[in-house]
Design a protein around this ligand. Sequence first.
Ligand code: MG
Length: 217
Amino acid sequence: MQRTWNFTDGTTIPVGTMYCIGRNYAAHAREMGATVADDPIVFIKPPSAYRTEGVPIELPEFSRDVHHEVELVVVIGADADTIDARSAWDVVAGVGVGLDLTARDLQSEAKKNGHPWSVAKSWKGSAPVSRIIPRHQCGRGPWELGLHVNDHIRQQGSTADMERSVEQLIAYLSTVFTLQRGDCIFTGTPEGVGPLRAGDHVRATLDGRPVLNMVCQ
Ligand code: MG
């Protein structure tokens, strides 16, 4: 099944690899009992993890503690191999807001045992993302992120507080991987992560505007 980024101007791009950054906000690192790492923490979600509005968030049966992590998502519009931060914005297709859904119970167990996070982080449906605002309309930030669950504010943050900027993340990732058109970057979550339950109504905002509405089942 071909999954696509849906841009607000009607453009679509096939979804590629989703690169996710851990602990990019100091306050979230603290709430997880951790510190900001010297090098970015990177993990990957496959295209099959992607969902967007119109379907429910399906909480997996293998977890009893799925957490929301609201994040700025940057979609890549052109291949990038070893580019520097100064030219990084040239390869951005647009930005949206996503949820890095995390089976926290499985992740804690994996951390304890030194195992990979793939099952805890990258299950099918673990990456809901809003429609994407094209680069010529989204500005270059900083952007305000918000997450409401059942109309209660759970997360609120500014990308100004990211430890590494969008441009720095693109430059770093392009030295390790080759970023390709349709790939994206989940840029990390501000503090306030917490559990989701069946029936919860999730609403994410970008600069105060609702961009993603989904219900958990
Ligand atoms: Mg995250």
